[in-house]
Design a protein around this ligand. Structure first.
Ligand SMILES: [Fe+2]
Ligand SMILES: [Fe+2]
Length: 212
């Protein structure tokens, strides 16, 4: 595991992108506590957060920075925080979930948004993005079934970076997918969806290169 894929790296990334006054009030302890709530469960989760942050910021830059980078970075770090509030162990299982388990799993989006609402600023500002990080371009995502151009840019960046950040980390039960395998999986998802904002697909190669 690359030594830079750590909570410390993520915090440094966030601080690098600190811009607005509220964010400056954040202490390392607050952010570390938020990340560590679920990030310490296994190394792969921390690596995942880092990849999502890197990928989202990369896409934002490529698209001309339509989103404030400090907020986007915070949303990337917090996007799966709702998993900490889901009591049932439905994450990271090496099998297809039952319909009941899938409903429980999907709740992490809504719960994550609620957690951010309760944490005050700057978390409140990113609550809608934490809630919406599983929305898909064709409207098949959750929890709100947002579709196409109505999906905020931050959610489009997070969606693609999140999937890449999942494919490219190893889990207890499987190795990371190779660059070629990941590329193929993303293309298949897009053909069957589209899942991602089509205008982001030309950056997939560069995004995958970031995960080497
Ligand atoms: Fe998620
Ligand atoms: Fe994720």
């Amino acid at each position: 595991m690359d030594a830079s894929l750590s909570v410390a790296f993520v915090v440094t990334q966030f601080k690098t992108h600190l811009q607005h006054a509220h964010a400056k009030k954040l202490t390392d302890r607050v952010l570390l506590a938020a990340v560590a709530t679920y990030g310490d469960k296994e190394m792969s989760v921390r690596a995942h957060l880092t990849l999502v942050a890197r990928g989202s910021l990369f896409l934002n830059e490529k698209k001309g920075n339509p989103v404030q980078s400090s907020s986007l970075c915070l949303a990337a770090l917090m996007h799966d925080i709702g998993k900490a509030a889901v009591m049932d162990n439905v994450f990271g299982l090496p099998r297809t979930l039952s319909p009941e388990e899938d409903i429980i799993k999907r709740k992490h989006t809504v719960l994550g948004g609620q957690i951010c609402q309760k944490l005050g600023e700057p978390f409140i500002s990113v609550a809608p993005w934490v809630r919406g990080h599983h929305e898909s371009w064709n409207g098949s995502g959750y929890p709100d079934g947002l579709k196409g151009e109505t999906i905020p840019h931050a959610l489009r960046f997070l969606r693609l970076a999140d999937v890449i950040g999942a494919l490219r980390i190893s889990r207890r039960y499987r190795a990371a997918f190779s660059l070629e395998e990941s590329f193929e999986i993303l293309q298949t998802m897009q053909r069957n969806g589209p899942v991602f904002d089509p205008s982001l697909m030309p950056f997939v190669d560069d995004l995958l290169a970031l995960t080497k």
